[in-house]
Design a protein around this ligand. Structure first.
Ligand SMILES: CC(C)(COP(=O)(O)OP(=O)(O)OC[C@H]1O[C@@H](n2cnc3c(N)ncnc32)[C@H](O)[C@@H]1OP(=O)(O)O)[C@@H](O)C(=O)NCCC(=O)NCCS
Length: 258
């Protein structure tokens, strides 16, 4: 099923009493919508490390503080639950591309995770024993789409966007952008990877991205799924492509609330 913007909609399940850890071959996406209640915010803040509290305190706007606290606090709560570790005891480090990963290699091999935020949404993705990347963008975000397309998109992307009916061009751009960002984020490589080195194949049931390498080694292939997480947003999640497509599950602690 597609939403008003033409993106596949997903069914968000409420959080069950026992945390559902992703199994092999599964990717789980969690949705958090801002603002949260003062109680929920305090619960997230209570899980943050000293460094994270300092980082949170540096944001000028309350909404940015809240976005960070909810994202990082929920990440700690969920990872801690999946791994059987107290959330505050988890230690993160940045890998060379700037991606936060678990510092304990034994735990890091058990579960891959990634975070993305835009506007009122924070999305967290988890995969058992696999890398995962996620990206969400608010569709009305002010960006110079023409400039990004000209400077950072491949001729194939440019053609696909130009050929879309005028009313759908913005969505085609945002969809391609989130797919490429999710693919790059799944590898952990940061700003060093140009968007036009990612070739998208968005054929139905077989969405993949091919990430070219600069050193002549074989390109990596990742499986992608794009979706509409909420009206007015586009998102994509990417993970290492195995023989089978990953099974996706979507969780929203507030699903079903009035
Ligand atoms: C750094 C980058 C991953 C951030 O993406 P963004 O859309 O600005 O922000 P998002 O909210 O989606 O993601 C931010 C989160 O990604 C994670 N992240 C940071 N660096 C990362 C990396 N190299 N790989 C994967 N995840 C990363 C962090 O968890 C961060 O949140 P946190 O700081 O609160 O922990 C992204 O800009 C990037 O490097 N893209 C590469 C492609 C490119 O050139 N893009 C330019 C677009 S014109």
């Amino acid at each position: 099923m597609e939403n008003r913007q033409g993106l596949p909609t997903v069914v968000w399940s409420p959080e069950p009493a026992e945390l559902p850890a992703p199994r092999q071959g599964e990717v789980h996406v969690w949705k958090l919508v801002l603002p949260v209640s003062p109680k929920a915010l305090a619960g997230c803040e209570a899980l943050l490390s000293e460094d994270e509290l300092l980082r949170m305190g540096k944001f000028v706007f309350e909404i940015d503080r809240q976005r960070f606290a909810v994202g990082r606090g929920s990440l700690r709560r969920l990872l801690g639950g999946f791994l059987g570790v107290a959330p505050r005891q988890l230690v993160f480090k940045l890998d060379p591309g700037g991606r936060p990963v678990l510092a304990d290699g034994r735990l890091a091999r058990k579960i891959g995770f990634n975070v993305s935020h835009s506007g009122a949404l924070v999305l967290l993705a988890f995969a058992a024993q696999a890398d995962v990347g996620i990206d969400v963008e608010k569709l009305d975000r002010e960006v110079d789409a023409d400039l990004i397309v000209r400077q950072a998109f491949s001729p194939e992307d440019q053609d696909a966007i130009a050929q879309a009916p005028e009313a759908e061009r913005r969505l085609e751009f945002m969809t391609r952008w989130t797919c490429k960002e999710a693919a790059i984020k799944s590898t952990g490589a940061g700003l060093g990877v140009p968007l036009d080195s990612v070739r998208l194949d968005l054929a139905k049931d077989r969405e993949t991205a091919l990430i070219g390498s600069r050193d002549g080694s074989a390109p990596s292939v990742v499986a992608i799924m794009r979706f509409g997480p909420m009206e007015g947003y586009a998102a994509a999640v990417a993970t290492e492509a195995g023989l089978d497509r990953p099974r996706l599950r979507f969780w929203d602690p507030r699903a079903g609330e009035p």
